[in-house]
Design a protein around this ligand. Structure first.
Ligand SMILES: *[C@@H]1O[C@H](CO)[C@@H](O)[C@H](O)[C@H]1NC(C)=O
Ligand SMILES: *[C@@H]1O[C@H](CO)[C@@H](O)[C@H](O)[C@H]1NC(C)=O
Ligand SMILES: *[C@@H]1O[C@H](CO)[C@@H](O)[C@H](O)[C@H]1NC(C)=O
Length: 474
């Protein structure tokens, strides 16, 4: 680096990343560590950035030319109420905040309601609310006349997650039927306990449901029909996209190298070693146990066949010894029993995943049962040119092209040996591994960027606004 100071000045974001990284490695910074993985299905990765969608364009004012070209330009001056079940750093709320900023970027009037707040002061809530106020999003109290009035006046109400359904009756009361025809319900979850009448009884009457993957949409259709005997409204599938911030890091080779070296050094992994990383909250549903068994099997295969490969490592990002103690201990016991402590590394949960994506060579997405609703980490890894070894379930099957951008294996115990073989395949075929990573990146560039997501959401909002309007004119 000839001119390090200039190079570094351009990478304003790199420094906070490194700071966040070293802090997360040494526990502090509760803000970053909090609840990063608690969301049922999806999770966002970054500290909420300041300029996620628009580069300094102020809402409503100048820059109409830009707003016109923005797919969401037609939302200018529209009144939108966003209702979040909670305000935290988990996937659902962060995604809704992204939408809030997108809409502000084109001059929509945006109000935000958080249905469930922790009692007392909460640093994360305060911080996020502050961020929203700074971007011109009005933050309202969940209950009371102002909330009802805003819902009645809004052109569009977006309910975020199934759980947010509780807000409808509790707050709107007798006004609920006036509001339902302009509600778009954004759903990111796929677990059985969300199919409760308490949450979703108004689902058939809202104008539309927006769901993160086709499989999840199918599942909702099936479950609501079979279990609750209710019918889904018009349903739109909207795949998510990578934030600009993530793409900036992913496409910066210097930054990636710095982060890669930093993380590898902290884990004690050499530069030439191959890391298979699983980045997800540690829980049985995310399949860390089965991954470790497959990893061990792959080490045995390599030994039996006397294959010449660099050392293999497994990194599990998402540990929380305070919460999942039994499962966490099970993982560590397995590692101790098989004597692979020097090959397996546990990292506490963190929102700052970019350094780990820079450090690993292959992403393992081992979510079990119905898999991920979408699985944002998968497209984030692909942005870093990583091939994906994923379970053939859920959103993963809509993101990963089997044989091209990664390799899929079955869920459950049946998946262990196929995954082990795939690990060996990618460890021994360097060219194939790199090619898959590049193809994954190309796929991200044509499908999974923020602007793609904005286009997809714009099409849905247009449709929903039209339907709401037709309804008013009856
Ligand atoms: C990880 O978290 C545990 C408890 O939650 C803590 O004791 C430990 O120090 C953390 N490790 C690192 C490296 O931050
Ligand atoms: C729903 O899924 C079950 C199996 O999980 C299947 O037997 C049933 O036919 C499906 N129903 C619909 C309406 O697709
Ligand atoms: C993925 O492709 C491999 C061959 O490349 C094939 O053996 C495997 O069955 C495929 N898996 C799925 C789930 O399609």
């Amino acid at each position: 680096m000839a001119k390090p100071s200039a190079a570094w000045a351009q990478k304003r974001w790199l420094f906070p990343l490194l700071v966040a990284l070293s802090l997360s490695l040494s526990t502090a910074l509760a803000f970053l560590l909090r609840a990063a993985f608690d969301s049922s299905c999806d999770r966002h990765t970054f500290v909420v950035p300041d300029n996620r969608f628009d580069s300094g364009r102020t809402a409503g004012g100048a820059g109409n030319g830009l707003a016109d070209r923005n797919p969401l330009g037609f939302m200018k001056s529209k009144r939108v109420l966003l209702v979040s079940h909670e305000l935290s750093l988990s996937g659902g709320p962060l995604l809704l905040m992204e939408l809030a900023f997108l809409l502000r970027g084109v001059g929509a009037e945006v109000c935000w309601i958080t249905n469930q707040k922790p009692s007392g002061t909460d640093e994360v809530v305060d911080n996020l609310e502050h961020k929203m106020l700074g971007r011109g999003v009005q933050v309202l109290s969940a209950k009371g006349q102002e909330a009802v009035g805003t819902a009645l006046k809004a052109d569009l109400v977006v309910l975020n997650t199934a759980v947010a359904g509780k807000w409808l009756d509790a707050v709107l009361k007798e006004n609920v039927h006036q509001v339902l025809p302009k509600v778009l319900w954004w759903i990111h979850e796929m677990r059985g306990h969300y199919f409760k009448m308490d949450y979703v009884k108004h689902l058939p009457l809202v104008t539309g449901a927006m769901i993160d993957s086709h499989v999840t949409a199918e599942y909702w259709k099936n479950r609501t029909q079979e279990r609750l005997k209710i019918k889904m409204p018009d349903t739109y599938v909207v795949h998510l996209g990578n934030s600009k911030e993530l793409m900036d890091v992913a496409e910066d080779s210097v930054a990636k190298r710095v982060l890669r070296e930093h993380v590898r050094e902290s884990l004690g992994v050499r530069n030439d070693d191959i890391i298979f990383g699983l980045i997800n909250s540690v829980s049985r549903g995310k399949g860390q146990d089965l991954f470790l068994r497959a990893f061990y099997e792959s080490l045995q295969l390599i030994q039996e066949k006397k294959l010449v490969v660099p050392s293999l490592h497994a990194v599990i990002v998402g540990s929380d010894m305070t919460a999942q103690t039994k499962f966490e201990s099970e993982l560590r016991d397995f590692v101790a029993l098989k004597k692979i402590q020097n090959r397996v590394h546990f990292v506490n949960k963190t929102l700052t995943v970019a350094p780990y994506l820079a450090a690993i060579d292959v992403l393992v997405q081992n979510s079990q049962a119905r898999g991920e609703c979408f699985g944002r980490i998968t497209i984030e890894a692909m942005a870093f040119q990583l091939p994906v070894l994923g379970t053939s379930a859920g959103g993963t099957t809509e993101i990963v092209v089997n044989g091209s951008t990664g390799l899929l294996h079955p869920v459950g115990k049946e998946g262990i040996s196929p995954l082990a073989k795939n690990i060996v395949k990618l460890a021994t075929h360097v060219e194939r591994r790199l090619t898959m990573g590049k193809r994954g990146y190309e796929r991200v560039k044509v499908m999974f960027l923020e602007r793609h997501m904005a286009h997809r959401i714009a099409a849905v909002l247009k449709d929903v606004l039209q339907k709401a309007k037709n309804h008013r004119h009856w």
